[in-house]
Design a protein around this ligand. Structure first.
Ligand SMILES: [Zn+2]
Length: 173
């Protein structure tokens, strides 16, 4: 079984209290977050609550996101915590269907699939704006970007280019 799906049938058979530690290693393709450049790894604690399994733990992953200035890919480290409850579909003690409410559901075989909570955690850990380490410049037509300064050696050429463009405009108009 993949290292992000855990069978908790035995944990559910016990009464509230016991917990189990598992190593999580979810490949990027399993969590469907395009920015991820590697698997999500960490250690999770699965704790039996009276009516659910609580998953807690610290996860890490690497991601590639575009630099806000030059759009080159920047590799960053993501870190996020899990704190999610999974409920069985059928109440193991009383029988009958369980209403999950806002909690996650185990599959009918009592498998706890972390791929969705890992995807949500990774997406929420993505920073809104990343800048690369290099001395990058904004693209000329970039949003909210000031045009880069012209190298003094190129300034005369730049002036000529603008004059030529200006003349072109006049001839077309
Ligand atoms: Zn950059």
């Amino acid at each position: 079984m993949a290292d992000y799906i855990f069978n908790v049938a035995r944990l559910l058979a016990q009464t509230s209290g016991p917990s189990r530690m598992v190593d999580v290693d979810a490949p990027a393709r399993a969590v469907d977050v395009p920015e991820l450049s590697g698997s999500i790894r960490g250690t999770a604690h699965l704790t039996r609550l009276s009516d659910a399994v609580l998953v807690t733990g610290q996860m890490r992953a690497r991601a590639l996101v575009p630099c806000a200035r030059c759009t080159d890919d920047v590799e960053i480290e993501l870190a996020f915590e899990l704190d999610d409850q999974f409920v069985p579909r059928i109440d193991p003690v009383r029988g009958g269907l369980v209403d999950p409410g806002d909690r996650w559901q185990l599959d009918p075989g009592h498998n706890l699939d972390l791929s969705q909570v890992l995807a949500e955690g990774a997406i929420s850990a993505l920073p809104p704006r990343v800048l690369c380490a290099g001395p990058c410049e904004a693209p000329w037509d970039g949003p909210a970007a000031s045009p880069p300064a012209v190298d003094p050696r190129l300034a005369p050429l730049e002036r000529m280019r603008r004059q030529m463009l200006h003349k072109d405009d006049e001839s077309h108009g």
